[in-house]
Design a protein around this ligand. Structure first.
Ligand code: ADP
Ligand code: ZN
Ligand code: ZN
Length: 858
């Protein structure tokens, strides 16, 4: 039997499977998706088995053998192996990088050198040769120390040098000599970073009657043995030894005595570290659905029933009860004997969220998020591999849960940018979910109050009639039980300044906060620090300096005191006065949460504030503790960054204030308006979710901006129309697709040359392709943006320009933006182009990274 193995070296030369022989004794354990240790050059490497076969194209005599199989149950399955190949093609990354992304950190390869006894025959042959050679045989008359060390190694099989020296602290020089003499050999092995935790369990090994009968026969002084037998006559469940000796006050010796008689059994079993151990989850039963919920669930249920593949976009306003729809769909999926994956953004994976799922499905749920310890993550993941659970709820990477009977994948808050991984493999969990579901004949439900434009366009058929890739739209427009959406007040901060109010709180918000304190209701204040100080805005008129070529705000670069465009490279000096109204109140924008907290304390003495930002939530569990305190009414105000905007469901929150809505709006990103709309809608959605009605204040310098106007009117439809128009005109997603290529190098001149060469080569590639397609493809593709001639395919390379962050870790960065549409094999062209730079990459340490459908353009 032969195995094809992808090894743990992310390079172009090794980005293919290598053939190995599967030794007879490993056949039982090996499968597609197994992790193995294989000889590769002079080393032993970790690898993944991607195929098994009875034949090989290689001369089989030359093939090396697989040395180790690392797991009894393969951690991946054939579907995931196939998915890795798809990822490597789609996201232009190495297959091993995709495979590694699918397993928890604890299983990433760790290499270790160990010592073992040399093969006996080999050793004897050597001794003989040496002896003939000149009477060196004396050396081999082993000393007692040598005997002791050899015996130790023989007993252990393999030991690390550390373990050896721990046992024989003085043996360093001797060990070295024995290695040189060939008594020992050094082997490299692959090891896990983490081991399953085990414990000894005691169980009865005879029937209750036998146990009782035997206890009668025991002599009177064997009181403890008697007790133990009688206890197990009544308790048939295995119990950890430690617990047992504690409980019954017996020694391990007593247990052993009975085990030796065959009355009890002692076995080693795996323990699972349970991050939620000792927590009670109140059992919940399905709610009676509202008519809207029923309407949304029905088509999903149908698709599940027929075991078909289908993608649904559930657009439900905040508080419309999306979670209950998810829960009931999952129930159906489980009833079919299939498995479900639920993805939620890391930040909203709060105890509240976990409670909802554990409360309904109990111990069938595994939870995966980055706040678990590595051991806990590993154990939750093993529950999936060992089929102990059938639901996993987790952040982005849980999309790789190694289930093999997936019926349903849910992505809550599908618009969240955290579903995109920003380092290689730069995948989007939404696309991966759809790919997996297609394989399994499973349903995907994407839920959001503010769907991404990409998803909405697919669901509404705006991208043309092509049925492939179509999502089905499900709408829930009302909050449950007819609760109203909160009233939103947009406050013009320019007017506040004119009226002499220089505080960061408008008069309206100030008054509303005071009222909440009086009524003992709670408030949420949002201060988005993202984009802090990066754009320049006039405080008198709201003017923001923009690029004359790109309609995108310029970014302030503090070092050079210039303003630059991240898209085209345009740059100008920082203005001293406002180009629009000549006011001198033009400055970098932004206030920190700490300053807001101070001002609150000044304005409302005695106010209790919980501040939630990167500073206060860095500790493990801090995020949850803060939220629990707020829920338990230990504070009047929850103040924070985006973290406070999402997923929270607190009954007494009746006021939401947004300190400055503009901070996101002017980010140099074509998604700035979309992100603003999403954030405002989400945070507003925290108010008045229960009995008490809610109120929202949005403070802004640009009250007329459509994203703010539409968010305050809870009008997703109106926002969508305007935004889609703009995207179409400017040539952005969802009408066009983007790939961001970033090149980096220590020296600017080489980087500039490489960047230029890369762009022109890529253009040639397209030129070639375009000619091959015949006439109807205009060479001047710019004029073609709004115009679908031919099959509407379009391809353009922008740049290279310096990246928005032009140097990281002493490496300079240049980027090209690729914009395309239609039937263009961009991944293929990029791979071909990049291949031409292999030498520069290898010899001159140029790096080229590609981001397909980038979410962050900086
Ligand atoms: P969303 O995720 O859509 O913002 P949630 O799922 O958090 O909304 O639901 C909002 C509130 O409505 C929750 O407190 C939830 O328990 C409650 N709820 C949901 N469905 C129903 C229902 N059918 N009947 C009564 N209450 C419901
Ligand atoms: Zn520009
Ligand atoms: Zn101005």
């Amino acid at each position: 039997m032969y195995a094809q193995v992808v090894v743990d070296v992310p390079s172009k030369q090794t980005n293919r499977p290598f053939d190995y022989v599967v030794p007879e004794e490993l056949r039982t354990w090996i499968g597609v998706g197994s992790r193995v240790g294989v000889p590769f050059g002079p080393r032993t490497l970790q690898g993944f088995v991607v195929a098994l076969s009875e034949r090989t194209d290689m001369a089989s005599g030359k093939l090396k053998k697989i040395e180790q199989v690392l797991d009894l149950v393969p951690p991946l399955n054939p579907e995931l192996v196939q998915l890795a190949r798809w990822m490597s093609r789609t996201y232009i990354c190495h297959e091993i990088t995709a495979l590694q992304a699918m397993i928890p950190g604890a299983l990433k390869a760790k290499y270790e050198k160990r010592i073992e006894l040399a093969d006996d025959a080999e050793l004897k042959a050597r001794k003989r040769a040496d002896a003939q050679d000149g009477g060196q045989a004396l050396l081999f008359a082993a000393s007692p120390e040598e005997e002791a060390i050899s015996a130790f190694v023989r007993q252990k099989g393999q030991v690390t040098t550390e373990a050896m020296l721990a046992r024989f602290p003085e043996a360093g020089p001797l060990l070295k000599r024995m290695l040189e003499q060939g008594t020992f050999v050094e082997v490299q092995t692959v090891r896990d970073r983490m081991n399953a935790k085990t414990a000894l369990f005691v169980a009865p090994a005879a029937s209750p009657e036998e146990l009782t009968a035997h206890s009668m026969k025991l002599p009177a002084n064997a009181k403890r043995q008697k007790e133990l037998l009688l206890w197990f006559a009544e308790n048939l469940e295995p119990l950890p030894l430690a617990e047992l000796t504690d409980k019954l006050d017996v020694g391990a010796g007593t247990v052993k005595a009975l085990a030796d008689k065959g009355l009890l059994s002692v076995t080693e079993r795996e323990l699972f570290r349970d991050p939620y151990a000792g927590r009670e989850f109140r059992r919940t039963t399905p709610l009676a659905l509202t008519p809207e919920q029923r309407q949304a669930l029905e088509p999903v249920a149908d698709t599940l029933e027929r075991r078909e593949h289908g993608v649904f976009l559930l657009h439900g306003v905040t508080g419309s009860g999306k979670t209950e729809v998810y829960l009931q769909a999952i129930q159906q999926c489980l009833d079919q004997g299939r498995e479900a994956i639920v993805l939620v953004p890391e930040i909203s994976l709060t105890p509240q969220m976990v409670e909802r799922f554990k409360g309904r499905f109990g111990s069938a749920v595994a939870v995966m998020h980055s706040r678990l310890s590595q051991g806990e993550r590993y154990d939750e993941w093993r529950k999936i591999v060992l089929k102990r659970v059938s639901v996993v709820i987790g952040a982005r990477s849980a999309v790789f849960a190694p289930f093999d009977r997936i019926g349903l994948i849910i992505i809550d808050e599908e618009h969240e940018s955290s579903y995109k991984q920003e380092e290689s493999p730069k995948y989007h969990a939404r696309d991966v979910a759809v790919e997996r579901a297609a394989y399994h004949g499973a349903a995907v439900v994407l839920g959001s109050a503010t769907p991404s434009l990409e998803s909405y366009a697919k669901a509404s058929g705006r991208l043309g009639s092509g049925a492939a890739g179509r999502y089905r739209l499900l709408t829930m427009a009302e909050r449950v039980e007819g609760r109203p959406l909160p009233a939103v007040n947009v406050v013009d901060l320019r007017e506040e300044l004119k009226a002499g109010n220089r505080s960061m709180f408008s008069r309206g918000l100030y008054e509303a906060l005071g009222q909440r304190l009086e009524r003992q209701e709670q408030s949420v204040l949002l201060l988005n620090r993202r984009g802090y100080s990066t754009f320049v805005m006039c405080r008198s008129c709201g003017f923001v300096v923009q690029c004359p070529h790109c309609d995108i705000s310029l970014t302030y670069h503090q070092v050079s005191r210039t303003m630059r465009c991240h898209y085209c490279g345009f740059s100008q000096p920082e203005p001293a006065t406002c180009p629009s109204c000549e006011s001198e109140h033009i400055r970098y924008f932004g206030t920190g949460t700490q300053r807001v907290e101070e001002e609150l304390a000044k304005l409302f003495p005695g106010i209790r504030v919980i501040r939630m930002d990167v500073d206060t939530t860095s500790e493990k569990g801090a995020h949850e503790r803060l939220l629990n305190r707020f829920r338990d009414r230990q504070a009047d105000v929850l103040l924070g960054t985006q973290m406070v905007a999402k997923g929270l469901d607190f009954p007494d929150v009746t006021l939401v204030g947004v300190i400055a809505a503009d901070t996101v709006l002017h980010l140099p990103d074509f998604r700035a308006a979309e992100k603003t709309f999403q954030l405002l809608t989400q945070v507003a959605g925290r108010a008045g979710r229960h009995r008490l009605p809610g109120e929202v204040f949005i403070q802004t310098y640009t009250p007329d901006h459509y994203s703010i106007v539409t968010a305050s009117a809870h009008d997703f439809g109106a926002f969508l129309e305007q935004e889609l128009d703009i995207r179409r005109q400017r040539g952005y997603p969802p009408y066009y697709e983007l790939v961001l290529v970033t090149l980096s190098h220590e020296q600017v001149p080489l980087l500039v040359r490489a960047g230029e060469a890369f762009a022109s080569r890529l253009k040639q590639c397209w030129e070639h392709e375009r000619r091959g397609r015949g006439p109807g493809y205009p060479a001047d593709s710019l004029g073609h943006l709004n115009d679908a001639r031919g099959d509407g395919a379009y391809f353009e390379v922008y740049g290279p320009v310096a990246s928005p962050i032009p140097r990281i870790k002493d490496r300079y960065r240049f980027q090209c933006m690729i914009k395309y549409r239609g039937n263009v094999d961009v991944a293929g062209m990029l791979a071909e182009t990049a291949a031409a730079f292999d030498d520069t990459v290898r010899n001159d340490k140029l790096t080229i990274s590609m981001d397909v459908n980038p979410q962050v353009l900086m």
